[in-house]
Design a protein around this ligand. Structure first.
Ligand code: HMG
Ligand code: MG
Length: 312
């Protein structure tokens, strides 16, 4: 099967300011988060996950979400989103003026317990008032399903378990649902099985791929999902991140690597790759990390620039 002209356009959802930074152990100043979000918008990203209104006892790094959302320069056409685990988070997200909220559960019971301290069924119940509030406020509702391709506590996860949570999230009224490989163990065949099962509950155009790159499979997994008709992918600039409740999990697929591949295939994203590389360089230096994007490191080297090095 030829891979040229697989799609005209793909949506890139930038999750670095949330999924990327949530895992940093040293506090990242709000001013750095604000500058990162602003630079990402200026680089052409049209969907930016900017904050999480979760318990600061669970994820202290995200405690300043209101401050970040109050200070960013909002660009027309950009959807700024935030994670909400419950009604309290939803109230804070609405007060902060987000255009999309993300409710999150898992395809594995053990991960749901570790991440949100309740069962999958309880999480869906908890999201019912959140979904009503989103509808009333005219805010988009997105669902995210962790451990859709494997769980650090339970191992393999069946596609039917993913489909089951997609059905419940569709029942809540989610506009779209993310199939998330939290620990990056998925390979292309398994990705296609998970998406095929999910698409029996919600059309492929309403599903998104959220792949962490722990085992180096993320770009191959994007390609596998693209072939099925998935047109929305999450990525994190400079490959920032990990998950506080999944030991050893590395960051998301780097946005620079995703955009480089898509543009190389003739697929438009609206993102200016060179400006994106500058964003990745900025945040890598600000948090003292080596830039994890292979494409960014190569593009910086081609400019004759020294890449950021880890300072801790
Ligand atoms: P809990 O301890 O069961 O609930 O947490 P609680 O109601 O007893 O609350 C505990 C404390 O948090 C209380 O404070 C609450 O007031 C407060 P205390 O009285 O002890 O001082 N609290 C809140 N504070 C601010 N905002 C709120 C809020 N809710 C309660 N919204 C809860 C249950 C769900 C709240 C907790 O487990 C939690 O916040 N979990 C979030 C974990 C998280 O953010 N994980 C990372 C994001 S998910 C992810 O990265 C995966 C994803 O990328 C996809 C993938 O890759 O898999 C999306
Ligand atoms: Mg994630």
């Amino acid at each position: 099967m030829t891979l040229s002209r697989l799609a005209e356009h793909v949506e890139v959802v930038e999750v670095g300011p949330r999924d990327g930074l949530q895992n940093e152990s040293a506090p990242v100043p709000a001013a750095v988060k604000i500058e990162l979000v602003d630079r990402l918008g200026a680089a052409g990203l049209r969907a930016i996950e900017a904050a999480a209104f979760v318990s600061p006892r669970w994820v202290p790094q995200m405690a300043d979400g209101a401050e970040v959302l109050a200070a960013i320069r909002r660009l027309p056409g950009v959807v700024y989103s935030a994670l909400v685990p419950n009604q309290r988070g939803m109230e804070a997200a609405l007060a902060a003026g987000v255009q999309e909220v993300v409710v999150f559960s898992a395809a594995s019971e053990s991960f749901a317990q570790r991440n949100i301290n309740c069962s999958i069924a309880e999480s869906i119940q908890r999201f019912e008032p959140v979904a009503r509030m989103a509808r009333d406020a005219g805010v988009r509702l997105r669902g995210s399903i962790s451990c859709a391709l494997g769980c650090p506590y339970e191992g393999a996860v069946a596609p039917s378990a993913v489909a089951d949570v997609v059905r419940r999230m569709a029942g809540l009224g989610c506009d779209s649902v993310d199939i998330a490989d939290t620990i990056g163990v998925g390979t292309p065949g398994a990705v296609q099985q998970a998406f095929e099962a999910a698409a029996r509950e919600l059309p492929m155009q309403r599903l998104a791929g959220h792949f962490h790159d722990t085992y180096g499979q993320a770009l191959a997994n994007v390609l596998a999902a693209l072939q099925l008709g998935v047109r929305s992918f999450h990525a994190s600039v400079a490959g920032l991140g990990g998950c506080p409740y999944a030991r050893g999990a590395t960051g998301n697929l780097a946005t620079e690597d995703l955009v480089y591949m898509l543009h190389g295939m003739g697929i438009a994203t609206g993102v200016d790759l060179q400006a994106l590389v500058d964003c990745g360089d900025f945040i890598s230096r600000a948090v003292g990390r080596r830039n994890s994007s292979r494409a960014a490191r190569a593009l910086l080297a081609a400019r004759g620039a020294e890449p950021a090095r880890a300072s801790h």
